[in-house]
Design a protein around this ligand. Structure first.
Ligand SMILES: Nc1ncnc2c1ncn2[C@@H]1O[C@H](COP(=O)(O)OP(=O)(O)OP(=O)(O)O)[C@@H](O)[C@H]1O
Ligand SMILES: [Mg+2]
Length: 451
């Protein structure tokens, strides 16, 4: 992470000095001001990324200054430092838009943690803004959160495939792993991005309807066909067609799709002439297609045609290291939507959520955060806020210790693995079970981290 600039405003030299020392240790660049006037001047000279502001200043109050900064530099978080007896100042500070407050005498460790969180929130806010500004932004690969090894691999693969001429791609993965998101990201990062992205859920329509939706129909093809209609494949000319839930299609539809994928030509329903289109087909399924092939429910030749370029979205339980980042991501999103100011989750909650198996994957996590944020009273989400999800058994299984500002994900993952091994006396099979990952993944991580 880039070096951050922090401004400390306090009239006591000792406080300025100790905060500067402690925050410099974290690698930040710290400037100090002894009163309001000096603070304003420093901000005008070069706006910092974070301000630590004393309530009582010789020439003004922290609240006054806070109000002023909310106007001039609204994106810069401010932490207000108040005296022991003035909790009401803290409350009004929050109301005025302070990121947080700290009560004197200051606990330097707490301040350091708080500062990291504030800086992280500023970084996320800046990122969100930047993303909004570029046009294909909502589907930038950066919007696909995940720095775990499997996600990095998947994102690398998607980037590569997006830019190729590849005409058929298969996305697999459990429900909620991000297949829809991936399909859009591939389209909007390909040179087809200015052409249509058409989406159809195969399971939602009966075979005949699906057929005429996809291929279109000629006038008089059936009773209601008053005139010729172009199907999605024609409408998407030059773009991408996303065939979602392809595993649910009937045998008849499967053979029609196969014929189409072979040479990108088809006949409209009731038509005699071949229509040729240039579209990329991205198919997706959360089913185990090889098993369906074995069971005779899915055509083997279609399966082979589709799996020329397969991309498998890994389940969340296989990448627990991504959980903290996903939490941060959705907290930032819902902070914006709900106009809340949640700073993160408690260490307890983080630990419990890391252990949770996430059967509904990222969708479940997103919904859990949304619900927790609607219910939360404080500014951190605690175990109680996720209670419905976690239930008793998980919590009783014991908690993993984690720093609250657990943002170094490699470190978080390593911590999970180490603690799981400690708790199971080094038994990898049991430790893998505890983390809800496979033994192979356990072995891989043990080797990667040299544990
Ligand atoms: N890696 C990710 N980063 C950010 N958001 C994600 C990620 N993966 C999934 N999501 C979000 O989670 C939700 C579910 O994802 P999505 O709809 O893409 O899942 P899916 O794999 O298509 O599931 P299904 O098989 O049920 O259709 C969406 O809101 C999506 O934006
Ligand atoms: Mg989907």
């Amino acid at each position: 992470m880039a070096q951050s600039r922090i401004l400390v405003v306090d009239d006591e030299a000792l406080i300025r000095w100790s905060l500067s020392e402690r925050l410099s240790e974290e690698g930040h660049l710290v400037a100090a001001a002894e009163d309001g006037a000096a603070a304003v001047k420093s901000v005008e000279l070069e706006p910092p990324d974070l301000i630590l502001l004393d309530y009582r200043l010789p020439d003004t109050t922290g609240i006054e200054l806070l109000r002023q900064f909310r106007q001039s530099i609204p994106d810069v978080p401010v932490i207000l430092m108040t005296g022991h007896s003035s909790v009401e100042h803290a409350v009004s500070a929050m109301r005025e838009g302070a990121f947080h407050y700290a009560v004197k005498p200051l606990n330097l460790e707490e301040i350091a943690v708080l500062a990291e969180k504030a800086l992280e929130s500023r970084r996320l806010r800046t990122e969100i803004k930047a993303l909004r500004q570029s046009s294909s932004a909502p589907y930038a690969f950066e919007q696909i959160v995940g720095e775990s090894t499997p996600m990095q691999r998947v994102k690398r693969l998607m980037r590569k495939i997006a830019m190729t001429q590849a005409s058929t791609i298969l996305l697999t993965g459990e429900s909620g792993t991000g297949k829809d998101l991936a399909a859009k990201a591939i389209h909007y990062n390909s040179d087809r991005k200015d052409r249509p992205f058409m989406n159809i859920t195969c399971s939602a329509l009966q075979e005949t309807l699906l057929e005429s939706e996809l291929f279109g129909h000629e006038r008089g093809a059936f009773t209601d066909a008053k005139r010729q209609k172009k199907g999605l494949l024609e409408q998407a000319q030059g773009g991408t067609v996303f065939l979602d839930e392809i595993g649910e299609t009937t045998p008849g539809m499967q053979s029609k799709l196969l014929r189409f994928l072979e040479d990108k030509t088809f006949k409209r329903v009731g038509g005699a002439t071949d229509v040729k289109v240039d579209v990329r087909v991205i198919a997706a399924t959360n089913r185990d297609l090889p098993a369906d092939v074995r069971a005779g429910q899915f055509r083997q030749d279609l399966y082979y045609r589709l799996t020329v370029l397969p991309i498998e979205l890994p389940p969340l339980r296989d990448r627990v290291g991504d959980v903290p980042r996903l939490l941060q991501f959705f907290i930032a999103r819902f902070n914006e939507e709900f106009r809340k100011r949640i700073v993160g989750v408690t260490a307890d909650a983080m630990a419990a959520l890391g252990e949770y198996g996430w059967p509904g994957n990222v969708r479940e996590l997103r919904n859990a955060v949304e619900r927790a944020m609607l219910l939360a009273d404080g500014d951190e989400l605690g175990v109680d806020d996720f209670m419905m999800l976690l239930g008793a058994p998980v919590l009783e299984a014991g908690r993993f210790e984690l720093p609250a500002a657990g943002i170094d994900l490699e470190q978080v993952e390593q911590d999970f693995v180490r603690q799981a091994l400690e708790r199971t006396g080094g038994n990898r099979t049991k430790a893998a079970k505890l983390l809800a990952i496979s033994r192979d993944q356990m072995r891989y991580r043990v080797e990667k981290f040299g544990l």
